[in-house]
Design a protein around this ligand. Sequence first.
Ligand SMILES: [Cu+2]
Length: 154
Amino acid sequence: MLKKLGVILVVVLFTCFMALVPAMGVVSASPKSAQERPAAESAYSKTMVSKEGTFKVTYTSDPEAVPVNKLHSWKLKVETADGTPVKDAEITVGGTMPEHGHGMPTMPSVTKNYGDGTYLVEGMKFSMMGWWEVNFNIKAGGKTDSVTFNLRLQ
Ligand SMILES: [Cu+2]
């Protein structure tokens, strides 16, 4: 009898735990299906226009081929749509693997403003091969916009 109660208790606790898992954020970002991986080659360009068309952004990686599982840095060139350097931008960085629902193992940030519209991003690290989205939120001249780069790491 006591043993049976124990089993029921375990089942109830386990059910509660499973119900709570999404709330705890363990599987918070629901992975997108593989079909959503962009097919067009242009989606993987190192120069992209921000969502609202405010900025044109180009990245270069050091080393040039973006490495897997290695801490490295990027340099970001930010321009307005007409090609004027944006010299006073506040930039935040984030990266995710949309198919897996996880982010980068590091919290990269802009550590240097070169003053000519280019910025140093340190702390870049991609933990796996595959499709990554890297997002920069850019605030300058009273405008905020974001730009997303797609990467296929191998
Ligand atoms: Cu992954």
